[in-house]
Write a protein that binds this ligand. Structure first.
Ligand SMILES: [Fe+2]
Length: 369
């Protein structure tokens, strides 16, 4: 029997009304810093549930609203300064990946005295440094509510970078799928593709275990039929996608992401593609590439998705983006050549099971467009 490690210190409460019902579980201090985007927290009803619960239990709060997509280090330091000035002793992130990752990074920086220029060099071993984090996800993609990662834009390196530390695992995740009812279809499609890419990349990771692989295959099995419904413009089971994105997050918390995320970051930084869409267009090309070195794992993933081959996945992604009206504009050949050089420098690919050549990276980009 192999030795397996599975570490997940996040308490998960799920179901309609869980924010109010589980109040005793997530009131982690005397004053909260709520971190959210501009609209989603209020529109979804999550912000109202959180603030009503805080009020009922006599817990004060400050609100850092308006976290932008792909938050950068400057935003993190503004939020952390607010947390310090207001004397907040825990952080509540409400939103998709950007607000949740910002909340986690703010909780970390607020508990440390590190200059902004050194942010990406904060040692992961600062395990007790972060203020306790509560995560309320409002999309069905990021999985950030159960991971030790925060993805922050690094303008110096002109890309997004992953910071990782055990203290970035939220203490509590509150999953109420009713908050997804107001989510625009295009955002749902993009974030579902992010969740699928988490499931697929983690399944190929050298750090994959029996536990993480089971989560990857189950997430893939649940997400694929919803992509078909999205492609047909049919009713989508949002609760299913919400659940699947969290278990895919649990998988990357153990096994990490890989080439698709590394290749997607330049598409987001330079071309403005939403994160999930950037990953989604690359998934079929990635499966084709991995099929050569890991044919049995590729067969398992395709079987879980109910798909014959990577071409069928590409057709599904194309149809889905077409229905959502979000077909991305293809980058030029020169841009792709430049992007193809970037992911190869990233550590997460260097440690990966199959190291692609620059030509193979180009092939994956070309398959997506
Ligand atoms: Fe992602």
């Amino acid at each position: 029997m192999e030795s397996v490690r599975f570490y997940l210190p996040t308490a998960i409460f799920s179901g309609p009304g869980c924010v109010r019902k589980e109040a005793e579980r997530w009131l982690l201090g005397k004053k909260a810093l709520i971190v959210s985007g501009a609209q989603g927290a209020e529109r979804s009803g999550a912000l109202g549930d959180v603030t009503e619960t805080l009020k009922t239990h006599g817990v004060a709060w400050a609100h850092f609203a308006g976290v932008q997509a792909n938050p950068d280090v400057a935003q993190i330091y503004v939020g952390a300064e607010l947390a310090r000035q207001e004397g907040c002793d825990f952080v509540i992130g409400i939103g998709g990946g950007s607000p949740l990752d910002a909340a986690k990074a703010i909780a970390w920086v607020a508990g440390l005295n590190v200059p902004q220029a050194s942010f990406f060099r904060i040692a992961p071993e600062t395990t007790d440094a972060a203020l306790p984090i509560v995560a309320v996800p409002l999309t069905c993609g990021t999985g950030s509510e159960v991971t030790p990662y925060a993805i922050i834009t690094d303008h110096g390196a002109k890309t997004k970078r992953n910071v990782s530390a055990a203290c970035l695992f939220p203490r509590v995740a509150l999953l109420d799928a009713r908050y997804l009812e107001s989510l625009p279809v295009a955002t749902m499609a993009d974030t579902a593709l992010d969740a699928l890419s988490h499931a697929i990349e983690a399944a190929y990771s050298p750090r994959a275990t029996r536990f993480s692989e089971a989560l990857c295959l189950e997430a893939t099995r649940l997400i694929a039929p919803e992509l078909v419904r999205l492609a047909h413009g049919d009713f989508v089971n949002r609760a299913q996608l919400h659940y699947a994105s969290t278990i895919a997050g649990m998988a990357i918390a153990q096994a990490g992401t890989g080439l698709v995320h590394a290749m997607g970051y330049p598409l987001t930084y330079y071309k403005g593609f939403p994160h999930g869409r950037a990953n989604g267009v690359l998934l079929a090309g990635y499966l084709e590439f991995m099929e050569r070195t890991c044919p049995s794992q590729t067969a398992r993933l395709l079987q879980a998705a109910g798909l014959r081959d990577p071409e069928e996945l590409q057709a599904l992604v194309d149809a889905m983006l077409d229905t959502a009206g979000t077909t991305p504009e293809a980058p030029s050949e020169e841009e792709l050549v430049r992007f193809a050089r970037e992911p190869l420098r990233l550590d997460l690919v260097k440690k990966y099971r199959a190291m692609p050549s620059p030509e193979e990276v180009m092939d994956i980009y070309r398959t997506g467009f």
